[in-house]
Design a protein around this ligand. Structure first.
Ligand SMILES: Cc1cc2nc3c(=O)[nH]c(=O)nc-3n(C[C@H](O)[C@H](O)[C@H](O)COP(=O)(O)OP(=O)(O)OC[C@H]3O[C@@H](n4cnc5c(N)ncnc54)[C@H](O)[C@@H]3O)c2cc1C
Ligand code: SF4
Length: 439
């Protein structure tokens, strides 16, 4: 049994935990109770048969384990690292009820998949070519999942992505301490090895028209995710040192961020804000503030990630909202006012409570914009009031040649949800393409 070394290399504060050794994996696998009606499987959005893949590890069948995982979730290697397992499979483990530590499903899943995904092993046979071609917009988790499922069924798949590197937020957005950029890109190579082609730096709507796409492919899957964090409209927001938190996180992942010794304020209370403060702290920032207009209980960030931020010395400034940013050439101060909850549940700013936080950097993390401009160019595709693409239970849009999934449909959830959307859509595209009526 030949377990690859961790694809992540040596560990530092900014790098993910190393994968398990065989001994660790066997000990952990033998702790599993192999529940018949496994709550972990029900809690997994991609319904991975968790007891089965763990059983296979416990009997030394690493390839079988990978097959179980990757048949349900082709991005099982990255999900193993980035899934909020505390809220999903591990949170549902019955050992929690017995006041024992839950099975480390995420780490076992990484152990079960790494040999195949990063070792260039071939696990799946591809069906004979159908002669049908599908265009996919976006090489994020949704698009990659759809693409992999479609090539396995013998279809030709071309993915168009605006970015230089594939992987979407798996490559550019998730925190480095969960999964580094190199690991995300190596996983995409595994998908490409199945036969999925990717055209990089090709934005649909700019470099290729939607009409061209619809005339070159029988079906189209839209997995464009969400956009950047919009500006807040604060005076001083154009000063040097004020940035979108997503750009900062992408810089951390590329190794080009420099906040060492600086005082950083991140505005927001969701997962992006929490990741940005933790990454700032881990990157050597002198002081890191998370400024949020509500209280801790209202934060949308995962509790375990909030705990991690606190452990790294991040200072949470609750019930405060920024009113302006001051500085001569670059940021020097974030001016805030105190807030409270109004009787109708909305946030009210309190007069006469202004105060300043001396800072060198300010990162906006107040929620990603929807890609309404692009989505509204897709003929026959309906967008709801929240800027999300409207789909049926098979992820088909109002245009019967266009399917959609991932963040652009659910408004922003997890990688594992995007993978499931791509999988459901691909199965329906396959059925529709091979139906006597076609599409
Ligand atoms: C900071 C941050 C941290 C996160 N951390 C986690 C985490 O720890 N765990 C977790 O499970 N989830 C996490 N998420 C959520 C997760 O990353 C997303 O739910 C997931 O990536 C959605 O996948 P997607 O394919 O829908 O979109 P994306 O990953 O956003 O991919 C969309 C792709 O479409 C491309 N694209 C967009 N428009 C066009 C166009 N017109 N033409 C061509 N290409 C286009 C983009 O370049 C991009 O590659 C995080 C999100 C953020 C913002
Ligand atoms: S994909 Fe995520 S939620 Fe599903 S079993 Fe794996 S780690 Fe758990």
């Amino acid at each position: 049994m030949n377990q690859l070394e961790s694809p992540n290399g040596s560990s530092s504060a900014l790098e993910p935990a190393p994968t398990m050794t065989w001994d660790e994996a066997l000990v952990e696998a033998h702790r599993c109770l192999m529940c018949w009606d496994a709550p972990c499987t029900r809690a997994c959005p991609t319904s991975i048969n968790v007891p089965q893949f763990i059983k296979r590890i416990s009997t030394g069948d690493l390839l079988g384990s990978a097959r179980t995982i990757l048949s349900s979730n082709i991005l099982g290697a990255s999900c193993a690292r980035v899934c909020p397992v505390e809220m999903l499979c591990e949170g549902a483990c019955v050992l929690n009820e017995l006041h024992e530590r839950p099975i480390q499903i995420g780490r076992l899943q990484a152990f079960g998949t790494d040999d195949v995904v990063f070792g260039g092993r071939h696990l799946f046979t591809v069906s004979k070519p159908t002669g049908r071609s599908i265009g996919i917009i976006g090489a994020g988790p949704a698009g990659l999942s759809a693409g992999a499922e479609l090539v396995k069924r013998g279809h030709t798949v071309m993915v168009y992505d605006a970015n230089p590197q594939p992987g979407g937020l798996n490559t550019y957005g998730v925190a480095n301490y969960k999964m580094d950029m190199q690991t995300a890109v190596r996983e995409v190579q595994f998908i490409k090895d199945l036969g999925v082609e990717i055209r990089h730096e090709t934005a649909v709507g700019t470099d290729v028209s939607v009409d061209d796409l619809l005339s070159s492919h029988e079906a189209v899957f839209v997995g464009v995710g969400l956009g950047g964090v919009p500006t807040l409209g604060l005076p001083g927001e154009d000063l040097e040192g004020v940035d979108d938190a997503l750009d900062f996180i992408a810089d951390v992942r590329a190794g080009t961020a420099d906040v060492a010794g600086q005082r950083v304020a991140v505005i927001g209370g969701g997962n992006t804000a929490v990741d940005a403060v933790t990454q700032s702290a881990l990157s050597g920032a002198q002081r890191v503030y998370l400024v949020y207009r509500r209280g801790r209980d209202q934060m949308r960030g995962y509790p375990h990630d909030i705990e991690r931020a606190l452990q790294h010395g991040v200072e949470f400034v609750h019930w405060s909202t920024p009113s302006r940013i001051e500085g001569t050439n670059s940021v020097e101060k974030l001016v805030c006012v105190r807030t409270e909850l109004g009787p109708d549940g909305s946030v009210t700013e309190l007069e006469g409570t202004e105060y300043t936080i001396p800072v060198d950097r300010v990162f906006r993390a107040t929620g990603q914009a929807k890609r309404i401009g692009f989505l509204s160019t897709l003929p026959g595709v309906e967008i709801d009031d929240g800027g999300r693409v409207v789909v049926d239970e098979h992820h088909r849009t109002g245009n019967d040649r266009i399917w959609a999934g991932g963040d652009c449909v659910n408004g922003g959830k997890e990688v594992v949800n995007a993978v499931e959307h791509g999988k459901i859509a691909a199965r329906n595209i396959h059925e529709a393409l091979l139906a006597p009526s076609g599409v």
